[in-house]
Design a protein around this ligand. Sequence first.
Ligand code: ARG
Ligand code: ZN
Length: 880
Amino acid sequence: STIYLSDYEVPAYLIDTTDLAFDLGEESTKVTSQLHIRRNPASKTSNAPLALHGTELDLISLAIDGRTLDATEWTQSGEQLIIADVPTEFVLRCETLIRPQDNTSLEGLYKSSGMFCTQCEAEGFRKITYYLDRPDVMSVFTVEIIADAQRYPVLLSNGNLSATETLADGRHKTVWQDPFPKPAYLFALVAGKLACVEDRFTTMNGREVALKIYVENKDADKCDHAMASLKNAMRWDEDVYGREYDLDIFNIVAVDDFNMGAMENKSLNIFNTSCVLAKPETTTDAGFQRVEGVVAHEYFHNWSGNRVTCRDWFQLSLKEGFTVFRDAEFSADMGSPTVKRVEDVTLLRTAQFAEDAGPMAHPIRPDSFIEISNFYTVTVYEKGAEVVRMIHTLLGPELFRKGSDLYFDRHDGQAVTCEDFVLAMEDASGVDLGQFRHWYSQAGTPKLAVSAQYDADEQHYTLTVKQSCPATPGQTSKAPFHIPLAVALLGEAGQLALQLQDGEPNTETADNTEMVLSVTEPEQSFTFTGIHEEPVPSLLRGFSAPVKLDFAYSREQLLCLMRSDSDGFCRWDASQQLGLAEINQALADLAAGREVAPDSAYLDACRDLLADETLDGAMVAMMLQLPSEAYLAEIFHPVDVIALHRAREALRLAIAIALQAELQACYERCSSDAAYAADAAQIAQRSLKNTALAYLMLVDDDSARNLAISQFENSENMTDRLAALNSLVNSAAPYKADALQRFYQNWQHEPLVINQWFQVQAMCRLPGSIDRVQALMAHPAFDIRNPNKVRALIGAFCGQNSVNFHREDGAGYRFLADQVIVLNRSNPQIASRLLVPLTKWRKYLPAAQQLMCAELKRILAQPDLSSDVYEVVSKSLQDY
Ligand code: ARG
Ligand code: ZN
């Protein structure tokens, strides 16, 4: 059944204190709760029954103020336990039994590699005990944990450790108290045999904080990077947001089986091992960066999420959009800002734009949902972060900081809404965000069509901007958005000074050459005065708004932007637009039976990039890569996957042949035997080197193969080794079977490395990948109950190997549906995520559409569909 934002009501009851006692056992776990409950004075419904959430619980007893209730005094319906008659204030005592060892959904309390752990966001707490499992019910928690001392020497929960006790029968007990009131979704418990890596941090006001990372013994040597990232994040939040940590202890625990990346439980963050563990021999550069970003993200939630939390789950972007924006700015400050920006924009323009154009499109603050787990989306997270970034752009850094200070100050200890956030920004800055609020309520990616006119006599340059937004499910027409459009004008000698006719002189940038235009009308013109020559417009600088921009650039203009724009994002984007033009040409050439021949000016530009040692290598690497197939799928309608793949590959080969000498020189220049560091300079160098290697391997001659083989055998870091393996797997080199086997043998004891091994094979572009993937499903190292393995093999094949997933006989679609049907029973959250590639069926050619739809209907016809899978399948088959 559908839940609507417009139905929100304050809770009828509040829970002031929550005392939990866990008796953890191998057969079953007993949970005893004592809740101090009182009627909510703000609730309009008097005499409301007490309706508690609970699911898959075995109820043993219920008592009110010490009197045990008999079975006639409560009823159960669906997920609710209803007690009709309760006093205005009372203590409810409740005993339940649960079986964490059988919990494969990885929600609530479950076991992973012999350890007990929890995941309660969004609605997992109701799988632990009966409760008011909603974020606007905040309570002070005390948690007692009893378990076998040998098997579970470490017992953790939120807040401060207040007591430990050794019990008679080989068991022990700890008691934890969290002084900060919190919603149930931030509760956490961990019990296991864990190694602990310790450090400390002194806050800006001198508080000494013990930092502890708990991992399995064998992983204790992989925590340094997470620890350094944590300390950097703690300092950064003080420096940039004035936010200080508020307890004497901060714990991180790594678990193998985890549905998402990590979880910000108060003072006890629980992480997927893939987002904590890192060392050069086992972890790629991308892995190091992910650890840094996720550690920071969860830490930043302590303020943006925990101290100030969400009123209801429709407000999820309040904490997630803001926190993603915060972690992105942090990562930019720690590494290369332009590279980070390009990576984030790439994710947005592929996955998020696709979501916004598909059957599950929703605003960053959705109006309704069937299953909230389905709304932990790129829209809520990444587009949500773009919306906060736009506020930052419109206010400027100082006023934005005033706004965030006011927000944290005003709402500390409260559960609030996106509106409260915008209002704080408005109140602190005086900037009117009235029209801007449409970004919260309207789905779909706006399109900006820009045209330009130069008047040489008047020395006027006019940009005309038209905005529109396509219909999305439930929203046919859209009000115009307030879009910050950052622009500069490039002249012969550099950027021109900007002065708007009838406008205020621009005060934002020191040198007056960049300006943020406020686009608010369906159609609007901006005239710049004193423009002495016809400029090349640099538009949407830094990707200042999550929109699709359309401007009819000539090839010369794009080459100019690619060579000389001072905005790194626009430079890169110009390279992508040039690449797109080449792909279009290659499609036409192949269709006409001609050979693919890249444009010589484009090749010259690539040659210049390869030779220019002053440029950031990571930028060069990104600019040399053609637009991805995922990006092309957002541009072409309908998407002919196989034709696009062939054209893109033919073009890549032609580029590799034309630039072979330059690529070789670049590869050699970037090879180094410096000791590994995950710093921006080295990451840049490796990414350029491996981009060159991937091109060279397309030619697939002996010299390229020897480079790859030697890199595979001799490199001491996983970035280079995996890049070499990837090139080999996608080549015809006879050595590749050997390489795969040796890699497996060397790393079979490292699950995270074996995930990479699965993924490289799942993403192999060559024909026959599906057979390989199916065979690997039976490999002893594969485990369908482990989400990381599922993502590495099934997720990567269906989501990142278009040409094989979209095989014309539909085998890829059938395979995915089969796996979704299996996972629907064991882990509905993972099943519904995996399903996403099928939901995009409307984009493809008619034959593919039919095959994809048939698989969706087959899933829908299954008995016992979870709400997670049901929502995604039924919505994707609906007309809109
Ligand atoms: N709040 C977590 C984060 O942003 C994600 C938790 C997601 N949980 C879920 N059941 N979908 O890091
Ligand atoms: Zn988050």
